[in-house]
Design a protein around this ligand. Structure first.
Ligand code: GUN
Length: 278
């Protein structure tokens, strides 16, 4: 039976030390979250971010826009926040309404306040093997979780499933930086099971229930980034926990694995940007 990669437990440990760090600051970090439209999942995520920040003594503000907000309105708000010295971190919640160019919006954020690490400067640094100002939250949280359980990365075959800018692409780069041998799989990959059978570490961010025990190598490590409701309204991930946990050595549960680590990384990044701004 696999050991659980407990994201909730690690979140509590990291947030506790972050709270005492923030208490010692003369002025406090300020995180501004822009939420456009009324995607129900985004509303929950944004609310959690705000609540967690407040618990740590980090100032946080959510700016809500209706789904028909114009790109120019968002761009001028971002410019205002870039120029406001009291704002130390900016996050634009994704997805944005369809008529808005995600690229234009992200490009407008000052790299020094880019708490997601998504701007071209930070992504460019990451993809050229340099240090970005901060690392994207979900992959950063996954590495913190693997490190907490002393899971070796160097020289291992890591298979990343999903090529989003939020998870898959930066995850692959970060694993590469840690000297893993990285394979990227996605919706057009033909021989997924053949590839996963050779994986020491699998990071699955497909958004579909695709990982069953039978496609895993024994004693591998499985990180489940997927989160969605099944037809019975039950929260599920990409991994069939019951069959996978019979084969692998470590597994992250859904919920309680990667989700808490993403928010933990966001708080770490908020504090890092603040410290760099001093
Ligand atoms: N939507 C889902 N995950 C994320 C994230 O990590 N950052 C932002 N900005 N939006 C998201």
């Amino acid at each position: 039976m696999a050991q659980i990669l407990d994201g909730k437990k690690l979140r509590e440990k990291i947030l506790e030390s972050l709270k005492s760090k923030v208490e010692k600051f003369q002025t406090k970090p300020t995180l501004v979250v822009i939420l456009a439209g009324d995607n129900p999942a985004s509303k929950i995520y944004v609310n959690n971010k705000k609540k967690t920040a407040e618990k740590l003594g980090i100032n946080s503000q959510v700016i809500n826009y209706p789904a028909d907000v114009t790109e120019n309105e968002l761009l001028s708000k971002i410019e205002e926040l870039n120029n406001d010295n009291s704002v130390t971190a900016i996050l634009v919640q994704l997805p944005l309404p369809e008529h808005i160019s995600k690229e234009n919006i992200i490009d407008a954020i000052s790299p020094q306040k880019d708490v997601d690490g998504f701007t071209p400067y930070n992504f460019g640094r990451l993809f050229s093997g340099e240090e970005p100002i901060v690392y994207p939250c979900t992959p950063k949280g996954i590495l913190l979780l693997l490190d907490e359980y002393n899971i070796e990365i160097e020289g291992k075959h890591a298979v990343v499933i999903g090529r989003s800018n939020i998870v898959g692409r930066p995850m692959a780069q970060m694993l590469l930086k840690r000297n893993a041998t990285v394979t990227m799989c996605h919706s057009k990959t033909k021989n997924l099971a053949q590839i996963t059978k050779t994986a020491d570490i699998i990071i699955s961010a497909a958004g579909k229930n695709i990982i069953k025990g039978e496609i895993l190598k024994s004693d591998c490590v499985v990180v489940d980034v997927g989160i969605f409701k099944d037809e019975n309204g039950k929260t599920r991930g990409d991994v069939d926990f019951d069959s996978a946990s019979q084969i692998c050595s470590y597994i992250s549960p859904v919920p309680g694995g990667v989700g808490p680590m993403t928010i933990t990384s966001l708080m770490l990044n908020t504090v890092e940007l603040f410290e760099k701004s001093l």
